[in-house]
Write a protein of this length. Structure first.
Length: 324
């Protein structure tokens, strides 16, 4: 599994300074926070993104989720006036600094992320995944880290493992979240990030133009009229950049989903090897529509019993099947 590179969005200058001081990233008690926590893995690379500037390069040493985090430093809780909802930071990444820099996002090396930001009309996300080309460029920016990191001591803190459920009465945020479509996207992405699983999936699809080891699996890719949930592309394209795009729907596939994906396939053009719609189920009519539009219909299966699950258990029992 290739190590990924993410830009972590920071909401204000004070929080950025705290992130850098403690080499620590934090995510809120929201589904977006839980999604980020499942997406970013130990060993991945991250930088901070604030004010159209990218700061430093780190590796993720340890992930942890803290109980009663609304009472814990270093970040202040945030209460929104209109909703009255308070957000705090239970999901945390402990980081090891590698390189020190502050570089403008408008540099050509950040074009992959900058394009997504521009087309989405701003941040509005906890994190953005960059491609391997960006990571290679960033690995040569600035200088090797030589500074000191201040240790944040929380001697009485307790940790938990986030869970997910299909049953509303079992929800207990931030420890038990509903099974949101974002979590399904993370499952599909991590499932396909394993080369053996990706190889089997490509065989199911009848795609033999690329090898699993040549592909990287990326989160959202923006287009002028929207975005796809997952992009598979050649990490080192030579002459032509082959791509596979995937849209993910938790429930039943609709005709609108198929047409929307078809537009994205047409926008990419000849370099798009396949447009894939992953959904909970396809009616015979939707399978017929997909075949007529040249879209690959794929269902997901979660062979698990019970009501509440860890992400790793969901992933262990997850599979994809092309429908014909």
């Amino acid at each position: 599994m290739k190590r990924s590179y993410f830009l972590i969005s920071v909401s204000n200058r004070k929080n950025l300074e705290l992130c850098i001081r403690y080499a620590l990233a934090g995510f809120t008690n929201s589904i977006n926070g839980a999604w980020t926590f499942t997406e970013v893995q130990e060993g991945d690379f991250v930088s901070f993104l604030y004010g159209a500037t990218v700061y430093n390069l780190y590796t993720v040493k340890v992930k942890e989720a803290l109980r009663n985090a609304e009472k814990l430093p270093p970040w202040d809780s945030i209460t929104f006036r209109q909703s009255g909802v308070t957000y705090y930071f239970p999901f945390r990444l402990h980081l090891a600094p590698l390189r020190q820099f502050s570089e403008s996002l408008v540099r050509p090396e950040f074009a992959y992320v900058a394009e997504n930001l521009l087309l989405r009309g701003g941040y509005r996300k906890t994190h953005f995944q960059a491609d391997q080309t960006t990571l290679q460029a960033v690995s040569q920016m600035g200088r090797v880290w030589e500074g000191e990191i201040e240790e944040l001591r929380l001697p009485h803190s307790a940790t938990f493992t986030p869970h997910f459920t299909w049953r509303r009465e079992k929800e207990s945020i931030p420890e038990i979240f509903p099974f949101h479509e974002l979590i399904l996207q993370a499952l599909v992405k991590q499932y396909l990030s394993a080369e053996d699983k990706l190889a089997g999936f490509l065989t199911q699809l009848g795609i033999n133009d690329v090898t699993p080891e040549s592909l990287e699996v990326l989160s959202e890719k923006a287009f002028p009229e929207g975005h796809v949930d997952i992009l598979l592309k050649e990490a080192v394209p030579l002459g032509i950049s082959r791509k596979i795009i995937i849209e993910v729907k938790r429930g039943a596939a609709t005709k609108h989903d198929l047409w929307q994906l078809r537009h994205y396939v047409e926008e990419i053009g000849k370099e798009c090897l396949a447009g894939i719609l992953v959904a909970g189920r396809f009616s015979p009519a939707r399978i017929k529509d997909a075949n007529e539009l040249g879209i690959k219909p794929v269902t997901y299966t979660l062979d698990s019993t019970g009501d509440v699950f860890k992400f790793k258990d969901l992933l262990q029992n997850f599979s994809l099947k092309v429908q014909t």
